[in-house]
Design a protein around this ligand. Structure first.
Ligand code: LMR
Length: 444
Protein backbone atom coordinates (compact mmCIF):
# COMPACT_ATOMS: atom_id res chain seq x y z
CA UNK A 1 0.00 0.00 0.00
CA UNK A 2 1.33 3.36 -0.86
CA UNK A 3 2.28 5.49 2.04
CA UNK A 4 1.56 8.99 1.09
CA UNK A 5 -0.07 12.23 1.87
CA UNK A 6 0.80 12.53 5.50
CA UNK A 7 -2.00 14.08 7.48
CA UNK A 8 -0.71 16.78 9.73
CA UNK A 9 -1.02 15.94 13.41
CA UNK A 10 -3.24 18.33 15.31
CA UNK A 11 -1.39 21.36 16.49
CA UNK A 12 -2.14 23.38 19.52
CA UNK A 13 -1.45 26.65 17.70
CA UNK A 14 -4.74 28.55 17.57
CA UNK A 15 -3.69 30.13 14.28
CA UNK A 16 -2.99 26.82 12.61
CA UNK A 17 -6.18 25.26 13.91
CA UNK A 18 -8.40 27.99 12.66
CA UNK A 19 -6.67 28.13 9.31
CA UNK A 20 -7.07 24.40 8.97
CA UNK A 21 -10.77 24.50 9.48
CA UNK A 22 -11.24 24.45 5.78
CA UNK A 23 -14.49 22.89 4.99
CA UNK A 24 -16.04 22.11 1.69
CA UNK A 25 -19.46 20.74 2.21
CA UNK A 26 -20.77 19.92 -1.16
CA UNK A 27 -24.16 18.53 -2.04
CA UNK A 28 -23.65 16.40 -5.04
CA UNK A 29 -27.08 15.26 -6.08
CA UNK A 30 -27.51 18.14 -8.41
CA UNK A 31 -30.93 19.02 -9.63
CA UNK A 32 -31.16 21.59 -12.42
CA UNK A 33 -32.33 24.06 -9.87
CA UNK A 34 -29.20 23.43 -7.79
CA UNK A 35 -26.81 23.86 -10.66
CA UNK A 36 -27.90 27.42 -11.06
CA UNK A 37 -27.45 28.36 -7.45
CA UNK A 38 -24.79 30.94 -6.68
CA UNK A 39 -22.27 31.28 -3.94
CA UNK A 40 -22.59 33.59 -0.99
CA UNK A 41 -19.31 35.21 0.00
CA UNK A 42 -17.74 32.76 2.43
CA UNK A 43 -17.41 33.61 6.09
CA UNK A 44 -13.99 34.96 7.08
CA UNK A 45 -12.65 31.74 8.58
CA UNK A 46 -13.01 29.91 5.28
CA UNK A 47 -11.32 32.31 2.92
CA UNK A 48 -9.06 29.74 1.33
CA UNK A 49 -12.10 27.77 0.23
CA UNK A 50 -13.54 30.66 -1.71
CA UNK A 51 -11.48 29.64 -4.72
CA UNK A 52 -13.62 26.57 -5.27
CA UNK A 53 -16.26 27.01 -7.84
CA UNK A 54 -16.99 23.46 -9.00
CA UNK A 55 -20.32 23.46 -10.70
CA UNK A 56 -21.42 26.68 -9.08
CA UNK A 57 -20.52 30.08 -10.45
CA UNK A 58 -18.99 32.60 -8.07
CA UNK A 59 -20.69 35.85 -8.76
CA UNK A 60 -21.56 36.55 -5.16
CA UNK A 61 -25.29 36.36 -5.59
CA UNK A 62 -27.30 34.91 -2.78
CA UNK A 63 -28.01 31.18 -3.02
CA UNK A 64 -31.50 29.96 -3.56
CA UNK A 65 -31.98 27.48 -0.73
CA UNK A 66 -33.72 24.20 -1.30
CA UNK A 67 -36.88 24.27 0.72
CA UNK A 68 -37.67 21.26 2.84
CA UNK A 69 -41.20 21.32 4.17
CA UNK A 70 -41.03 25.05 4.20
CA UNK A 71 -37.71 25.24 6.09
CA UNK A 72 -34.12 25.59 4.96
CA UNK A 73 -31.53 23.35 6.56
CA UNK A 74 -27.96 24.49 6.82
CA UNK A 75 -24.85 22.89 8.24
CA UNK A 76 -22.66 24.29 10.93
CA UNK A 77 -19.45 25.99 9.78
CA UNK A 78 -20.17 25.86 6.10
CA UNK A 79 -20.90 28.55 3.67
CA UNK A 80 -22.88 29.46 0.60
CA UNK A 81 -24.51 26.87 -1.50
CA UNK A 82 -22.46 24.07 0.03
CA UNK A 83 -24.46 24.50 3.22
CA UNK A 84 -27.68 23.31 1.73
CA UNK A 85 -28.92 19.98 3.00
CA UNK A 86 -31.43 17.81 1.24
CA UNK A 87 -34.12 15.96 3.09
CA UNK A 88 -33.87 12.51 1.56
CA UNK A 89 -37.25 11.54 2.96
CA UNK A 90 -38.93 14.32 0.97
CA UNK A 91 -38.18 12.89 -2.45
CA UNK A 92 -39.87 9.83 -3.88
CA UNK A 93 -36.75 8.15 -5.26
CA UNK A 94 -34.72 8.57 -2.08
CA UNK A 95 -37.44 7.99 0.50
CA UNK A 96 -36.60 4.33 1.01
CA UNK A 97 -32.87 4.97 1.44
CA UNK A 98 -31.08 4.21 4.69
CA UNK A 99 -29.88 6.91 7.04
CA UNK A 100 -26.75 8.62 5.71
CA UNK A 101 -23.39 7.39 7.01
CA UNK A 102 -20.22 9.43 7.40
CA UNK A 103 -17.00 7.99 6.04
CA UNK A 104 -13.64 9.58 6.80
CA UNK A 105 -10.68 8.91 4.52
CA UNK A 106 -7.18 10.11 5.44
CA UNK A 107 -4.50 10.53 2.80
CA UNK A 108 -7.46 11.49 0.67
CA UNK A 109 -5.42 13.19 -2.04
CA UNK A 110 -3.22 10.13 -2.56
CA UNK A 111 -3.31 7.43 -5.23
CA UNK A 112 -5.12 4.78 -3.18
CA UNK A 113 -7.85 7.21 -2.23
CA UNK A 114 -8.21 8.33 -5.80
CA UNK A 115 -9.32 4.82 -6.67
CA UNK A 116 -11.24 4.23 -3.46
CA UNK A 117 -13.37 7.36 -3.19
CA UNK A 118 -15.13 6.81 -6.49
CA UNK A 119 -15.98 3.23 -5.55
CA UNK A 120 -17.40 4.39 -2.22
CA UNK A 121 -19.40 7.14 -3.91
CA UNK A 122 -20.78 4.83 -6.58
CA UNK A 123 -22.65 2.72 -4.03
CA UNK A 124 -20.76 -0.45 -4.89
CA UNK A 125 -19.41 -0.77 -1.34
CA UNK A 126 -22.26 0.05 1.02
CA UNK A 127 -25.12 -0.66 -1.37
CA UNK A 128 -27.48 1.18 -3.71
CA UNK A 129 -29.72 2.52 -0.94
CA UNK A 130 -26.99 3.83 1.35
CA UNK A 131 -26.33 7.57 1.02
CA UNK A 132 -22.89 8.63 2.21
CA UNK A 133 -20.97 11.70 3.29
CA UNK A 134 -17.24 11.70 2.60
CA UNK A 135 -14.94 13.47 5.06
CA UNK A 136 -11.57 13.88 3.44
CA UNK A 137 -8.48 14.43 5.55
CA UNK A 138 -5.30 15.68 3.97
CA UNK A 139 -2.21 17.67 4.83
CA UNK A 140 -1.71 21.42 4.47
CA UNK A 141 0.48 20.57 1.49
CA UNK A 142 -2.27 18.60 -0.22
CA UNK A 143 -5.16 20.99 0.29
CA UNK A 144 -5.27 22.10 -3.34
CA UNK A 145 -5.27 18.50 -4.48
CA UNK A 146 -8.06 17.73 -2.01
CA UNK A 147 -10.12 20.48 -3.55
CA UNK A 148 -9.47 18.88 -6.93
CA UNK A 149 -10.66 15.52 -5.58
CA UNK A 150 -13.83 17.14 -4.24
CA UNK A 151 -14.44 18.81 -7.59
CA UNK A 152 -14.07 15.53 -9.46
CA UNK A 153 -16.47 13.90 -7.04
CA UNK A 154 -18.96 16.66 -7.73
CA UNK A 155 -18.56 16.32 -11.45
CA UNK A 156 -19.30 12.60 -11.21
CA UNK A 157 -22.91 13.29 -10.10
CA UNK A 158 -23.09 10.23 -7.85
CA UNK A 159 -26.66 10.12 -6.53
CA UNK A 160 -25.63 8.49 -3.24
CA UNK A 161 -22.87 10.97 -2.43
CA UNK A 162 -24.57 13.71 -0.45
CA UNK A 163 -21.72 15.57 1.20
CA UNK A 164 -18.01 16.10 0.78
CA UNK A 165 -16.02 17.85 3.48
CA UNK A 166 -12.30 18.42 3.23
CA UNK A 167 -9.93 19.46 5.99
CA UNK A 168 -6.57 19.06 7.63
CA UNK A 169 -7.64 18.75 11.24
CA UNK A 170 -8.71 15.25 12.29
CA UNK A 171 -10.76 16.73 15.14
CA UNK A 172 -12.86 18.49 12.51
CA UNK A 173 -12.92 15.86 9.83
CA UNK A 174 -13.67 12.87 12.08
CA UNK A 175 -16.76 14.47 13.62
CA UNK A 176 -19.50 11.78 13.88
CA UNK A 177 -17.85 9.43 11.41
CA UNK A 178 -19.14 5.86 11.21
CA UNK A 179 -16.13 4.58 9.27
CA UNK A 180 -12.55 5.85 9.28
CA UNK A 181 -10.27 4.59 6.51
CA UNK A 182 -6.80 5.68 7.55
CA UNK A 183 -4.61 5.59 4.49
CA UNK A 184 -2.26 8.55 4.88
CA UNK A 185 1.17 7.79 6.33
CA UNK A 186 4.70 8.98 5.79
CA UNK A 187 6.96 6.95 3.51
CA UNK A 188 10.36 5.95 4.74
CA UNK A 189 12.84 8.54 3.56
CA UNK A 190 16.45 7.86 2.48
CA UNK A 191 18.59 6.90 5.44
CA UNK A 192 15.65 6.95 7.83
CA UNK A 193 15.93 4.44 10.67
CA UNK A 194 13.06 2.00 11.02
CA UNK A 195 12.55 3.20 14.59
CA UNK A 196 12.19 6.76 13.31
CA UNK A 197 9.61 5.69 10.76
CA UNK A 198 7.60 3.86 13.42
CA UNK A 199 7.78 6.92 15.60
CA UNK A 200 6.78 9.44 12.93
CA UNK A 201 3.87 7.40 11.66
CA UNK A 202 2.97 6.35 15.16
CA UNK A 203 2.52 9.99 16.13
CA UNK A 204 0.07 10.48 13.28
CA UNK A 205 -1.96 7.47 14.33
CA UNK A 206 -1.83 8.40 18.01
CA UNK A 207 -3.20 11.80 17.09
CA UNK A 208 -5.87 10.34 14.85
CA UNK A 209 -6.82 7.84 17.55
CA UNK A 210 -7.29 10.70 20.01
CA UNK A 211 -9.37 12.62 17.50
CA UNK A 212 -11.57 9.59 16.76
CA UNK A 213 -12.00 9.04 20.47
CA UNK A 214 -13.07 12.63 20.95
CA UNK A 215 -15.41 13.22 18.03
CA UNK A 216 -16.26 10.07 16.03
CA UNK A 217 -19.35 7.95 16.42
CA UNK A 218 -18.72 5.74 19.51
CA UNK A 219 -19.04 2.60 17.38
CA UNK A 220 -16.88 3.86 14.50
CA UNK A 221 -15.13 1.12 12.50
CA UNK A 222 -11.51 1.95 11.76
CA UNK A 223 -9.43 0.39 8.99
CA UNK A 224 -5.74 1.26 9.08
CA UNK A 225 -3.97 1.05 5.72
CA UNK A 226 -0.97 3.37 6.22
CA UNK A 227 2.13 1.30 6.92
CA UNK A 228 3.26 -0.27 9.16
CA UNK A 229 -0.46 -0.84 9.44
CA UNK A 230 -0.61 -3.42 12.25
CA UNK A 231 1.39 -1.32 14.68
CA UNK A 232 -0.27 1.89 13.52
CA UNK A 233 -3.65 0.28 14.24
CA UNK A 234 -2.45 -0.73 17.71
CA UNK A 235 -1.31 2.83 18.43
CA UNK A 236 -4.57 4.22 17.12
CA UNK A 237 -6.77 1.99 19.27
CA UNK A 238 -4.66 2.60 22.38
CA UNK A 239 -5.31 6.29 21.95
CA UNK A 240 -9.04 5.77 21.58
CA UNK A 241 -10.08 4.08 24.82
CA UNK A 242 -13.76 4.91 24.37
CA UNK A 243 -14.00 3.03 21.09
CA UNK A 244 -14.11 -0.78 21.34
CA UNK A 245 -10.67 -2.18 20.44
CA UNK A 246 -12.48 -4.76 18.35
CA UNK A 247 -13.52 -2.01 15.92
CA UNK A 248 -9.95 -1.47 14.70
CA UNK A 249 -8.54 -3.35 11.73
CA UNK A 250 -5.23 -3.41 9.88
CA UNK A 251 -5.57 -4.12 6.18
CA UNK A 252 -4.27 -7.56 5.23
CA UNK A 253 -6.97 -8.18 2.66
CA UNK A 254 -4.60 -7.21 -0.13
CA UNK A 255 -2.32 -10.05 0.98
CA UNK A 256 -5.27 -12.45 1.07
CA UNK A 257 -6.23 -11.46 -2.46
CA UNK A 258 -2.64 -11.86 -3.65
CA UNK A 259 -2.44 -15.32 -2.07
CA UNK A 260 -5.69 -16.44 -3.71
CA UNK A 261 -4.42 -15.27 -7.06
CA UNK A 262 -1.14 -17.21 -6.77
CA UNK A 263 -2.89 -20.42 -5.71
CA UNK A 264 -5.42 -20.12 -8.52
CA UNK A 265 -2.63 -19.61 -11.05
CA UNK A 266 -0.73 -22.67 -9.88
CA UNK A 267 -3.84 -24.86 -9.78
CA UNK A 268 -5.06 -23.60 -13.16
CA UNK A 269 -8.43 -22.48 -11.81
CA UNK A 270 -10.14 -19.12 -11.70
CA UNK A 271 -9.48 -17.33 -8.41
CA UNK A 272 -13.09 -17.47 -7.24
CA UNK A 273 -12.48 -21.17 -6.61
CA UNK A 274 -10.04 -20.40 -3.79
CA UNK A 275 -11.55 -19.97 -0.33
CA UNK A 276 -10.65 -20.06 3.38
CA UNK A 277 -7.48 -18.06 2.82
CA UNK A 278 -5.89 -16.81 6.01
CA UNK A 279 -3.06 -14.36 6.25
CA UNK A 280 -1.53 -14.66 9.71
CA UNK A 281 0.42 -11.90 11.40
CA UNK A 282 1.98 -8.70 10.23
CA UNK A 283 1.53 -6.92 6.89
CA UNK A 284 5.24 -7.33 6.24
CA UNK A 285 7.53 -9.92 4.75
CA UNK A 286 6.98 -12.16 7.79
CA UNK A 287 3.27 -12.55 7.04
CA UNK A 288 2.10 -16.14 6.73
CA UNK A 289 -0.24 -17.03 3.86
CA UNK A 290 -1.88 -20.23 5.14
CA UNK A 291 -2.02 -22.87 2.41
CA UNK A 292 -2.73 -25.61 4.99
CA UNK A 293 -6.31 -24.48 5.62
CA UNK A 294 -7.08 -22.78 2.30
CA UNK A 295 -9.26 -24.64 -0.16
CA UNK A 296 -9.55 -24.88 -3.92
CA UNK A 297 -12.96 -25.97 -5.18
CA UNK A 298 -13.68 -26.97 -1.58
CA UNK A 299 -10.66 -29.32 -1.36
CA UNK A 300 -7.54 -28.74 0.76
CA UNK A 301 -4.92 -26.90 -1.27
CA UNK A 302 -2.30 -29.56 -0.50
CA UNK A 303 -4.47 -32.17 -2.24
CA UNK A 304 -4.88 -30.02 -5.33
CA UNK A 305 -1.33 -28.65 -5.49
CA UNK A 306 1.01 -31.52 -4.80
CA UNK A 307 4.18 -29.48 -5.20
CA UNK A 308 4.51 -28.85 -1.45
CA UNK A 309 7.98 -27.36 -1.80
CA UNK A 310 6.47 -24.64 -3.97
CA UNK A 311 3.76 -24.02 -1.38
CA UNK A 312 6.27 -23.65 1.43
CA UNK A 313 8.80 -21.57 -0.45
CA UNK A 314 7.72 -20.16 -3.83
CA UNK A 315 4.10 -19.44 -2.93
CA UNK A 316 4.80 -18.03 0.50
CA UNK A 317 7.58 -15.77 -0.70
CA UNK A 318 5.63 -14.59 -3.73
CA UNK A 319 2.83 -13.33 -1.48
CA UNK A 320 5.18 -11.83 1.11
CA UNK A 321 7.12 -9.92 -1.55
CA UNK A 322 4.40 -9.15 -4.07
CA UNK A 323 4.31 -5.49 -3.07
CA UNK A 324 8.04 -5.14 -3.77
CA UNK A 325 7.83 -6.76 -7.17
CA UNK A 326 4.99 -4.44 -8.04
CA UNK A 327 7.07 -1.42 -7.05
CA UNK A 328 9.85 -2.64 -9.35
CA UNK A 329 7.40 -2.78 -12.26
CA UNK A 330 5.35 0.30 -11.53
CA UNK A 331 7.91 2.49 -9.83
CA UNK A 332 5.45 3.06 -6.99
CA UNK A 333 3.42 1.12 -4.47
CA UNK A 334 0.22 -0.69 -5.22
CA UNK A 335 -2.73 1.69 -5.33
CA UNK A 336 -5.65 0.33 -7.37
CA UNK A 337 -5.41 -3.20 -5.94
CA UNK A 338 -5.06 -1.74 -2.45
CA UNK A 339 -8.24 0.29 -2.98
CA UNK A 340 -10.03 -2.83 -4.21
CA UNK A 341 -8.87 -4.74 -1.15
CA UNK A 342 -10.15 -1.95 1.13
CA UNK A 343 -13.51 -2.33 -0.59
CA UNK A 344 -13.33 -6.11 -0.07
CA UNK A 345 -12.41 -5.64 3.59
CA UNK A 346 -15.38 -3.34 4.20
CA UNK A 347 -17.77 -5.57 2.27
CA UNK A 348 -16.66 -8.52 4.35
CA UNK A 349 -17.88 -6.67 7.42
CA UNK A 350 -21.16 -5.38 5.98
CA UNK A 351 -22.29 -8.55 4.23
CA UNK A 352 -22.61 -12.00 5.82
CA UNK A 353 -19.62 -14.28 5.20
CA UNK A 354 -20.54 -17.19 2.93
CA UNK A 355 -21.18 -20.42 4.82
CA UNK A 356 -17.95 -22.24 5.69
CA UNK A 357 -15.66 -19.49 4.43
CA UNK A 358 -13.77 -16.71 6.20
CA UNK A 359 -11.66 -13.63 5.48
CA UNK A 360 -8.44 -12.19 6.89
CA UNK A 361 -8.11 -8.96 8.75
CA UNK A 362 -5.65 -7.60 11.30
CA UNK A 363 -7.51 -7.48 14.61
CA UNK A 364 -6.77 -6.83 18.25
CA UNK A 365 -5.60 -9.99 19.99
CA UNK A 366 -7.72 -10.22 23.04
CA UNK A 367 -8.60 -13.75 24.09
CA UNK A 368 -7.58 -15.42 20.82
CA UNK A 369 -7.53 -19.25 20.78
CA UNK A 370 -4.24 -19.54 18.90
CA UNK A 371 -1.91 -18.53 21.69
CA UNK A 372 -0.86 -15.34 19.89
CA UNK A 373 0.42 -12.77 22.39
CA UNK A 374 -2.32 -10.51 23.65
CA UNK A 375 -2.37 -6.79 22.96
CA UNK A 376 -1.22 -6.86 19.35
CA UNK A 377 -2.97 -6.24 16.06
CA UNK A 378 -2.55 -9.54 14.24
CA UNK A 379 -4.11 -10.84 11.04
CA UNK A 380 -6.36 -13.83 11.63
CA UNK A 381 -9.35 -15.64 10.07
CA UNK A 382 -12.69 -13.96 10.81
CA UNK A 383 -16.35 -14.22 9.90
CA UNK A 384 -19.08 -11.60 9.97
CA UNK A 385 -22.85 -11.61 10.13
CA UNK A 386 -22.76 -8.47 7.98
CA UNK A 387 -23.45 -6.08 10.83
CA UNK A 388 -20.02 -4.41 10.74
CA UNK A 389 -18.77 -6.68 13.50
CA UNK A 390 -16.84 -9.98 13.23
CA UNK A 391 -15.96 -13.12 15.16
CA UNK A 392 -12.67 -14.98 15.05
CA UNK A 393 -12.76 -18.39 13.42
CA UNK A 394 -11.56 -20.46 16.32
CA UNK A 395 -10.91 -23.95 14.99
CA UNK A 396 -8.32 -23.51 12.29
CA UNK A 397 -5.60 -26.17 12.33
CA UNK A 398 -2.04 -25.00 12.91
CA UNK A 399 0.81 -27.42 12.17
CA UNK A 400 4.49 -27.05 13.07
CA UNK A 401 5.33 -25.29 9.83
CA UNK A 402 2.66 -22.65 10.38
CA UNK A 403 3.38 -22.32 14.10
CA UNK A 404 7.06 -21.53 13.50
CA UNK A 405 6.28 -18.88 10.91
CA UNK A 406 3.43 -17.35 12.85
CA UNK A 407 5.78 -17.08 15.84
CA UNK A 408 8.25 -15.11 13.70
CA UNK A 409 5.60 -12.60 12.65
CA UNK A 410 4.42 -12.37 16.26
CA UNK A 411 7.99 -11.68 17.45
CA UNK A 412 8.30 -8.94 14.87
CA UNK A 413 5.10 -7.27 16.03
CA UNK A 414 6.22 -7.51 19.66
CA UNK A 415 9.49 -5.82 18.68
CA UNK A 416 7.61 -3.08 16.81
CA UNK A 417 5.39 -2.60 19.83
CA UNK A 418 8.41 -2.01 22.07
CA UNK A 419 9.53 0.77 19.69
CA UNK A 420 6.26 2.65 20.13
CA UNK A 421 5.68 2.09 23.85
CA UNK A 422 5.71 5.89 24.33
CA UNK A 423 2.72 6.13 21.99
CA UNK A 424 0.66 3.28 23.39
CA UNK A 425 0.89 4.26 27.05
CA UNK A 426 3.27 1.38 27.80
CA UNK A 427 6.16 3.42 29.18
CA UNK A 428 9.52 4.18 27.62
CA UNK A 429 10.18 2.97 24.10
CA UNK A 430 13.12 0.69 23.43
CA UNK A 431 13.77 -0.18 19.83
CA UNK A 432 16.08 -3.03 18.86
CA UNK A 433 14.75 -3.88 15.43
CA UNK A 434 17.34 -5.34 13.09
CA UNK A 435 17.80 -4.13 9.50
CA UNK A 436 15.54 -6.83 8.05
CA UNK A 437 12.90 -6.76 10.75
CA UNK A 438 9.49 -5.40 9.89
CA UNK A 439 10.23 -5.12 6.19
CA UNK A 440 7.18 -3.91 4.37
CA UNK A 441 6.18 -5.98 1.37
CA UNK A 442 7.43 -3.10 -0.78
CA UNK A 443 10.89 -3.00 0.78
CA UNK A 444 12.36 -6.25 -0.48
C1 LMR B 1 2.00 -3.42 -0.55
O1 LMR B 1 1.77 -4.45 0.10
O2 LMR B 1 1.85 -3.33 -1.76
C2 LMR B 1 2.56 -2.25 0.18
O3 LMR B 1 2.31 -2.34 1.54
C3 LMR B 1 3.99 -2.12 -0.15
C4 LMR B 1 4.64 -0.95 0.50
O4 LMR B 1 5.67 -1.17 1.14
O5 LMR B 1 4.13 0.17 0.36
Amino acid sequence: MAMSDLSTPKTTSPFLRSSSQLRLSSKLHLSNQFRHLHLLPPPLHATSISKISCSVSQNNQAPVAVQENGSVKTKKECYGVFCLTYDLKAEEETKSWKKMINIAVSGAAGMISNHLLFKLASGSVFGPDQPIALKLLGSERSIQALEGVAMELEDSLFPLLREVDIGTDPYEVFQDVDWALLIGAKPRGPGMERAALLDINGQIFAEQGKALNAVASPNVKVLVVGNPCNTNALICLKNAPNIPAKNFHALTRLDENRAKCQLALKAGVFYDKVSNMTIWGNHSTTQVPDFLNARINGRPVKEVITDHKWLEEGFTESVQKRGGLLIQKWGRSSAASTAVSIVDAIKSLVTPTPEGDWFSTGVYTNGNPYGIAEDLVFSMPCRSKGDGDYELVKDVEIDDYLRKRIAKSEAELLAEKKCVAHLTGDGIAFCDLGPVDTMLPGEV
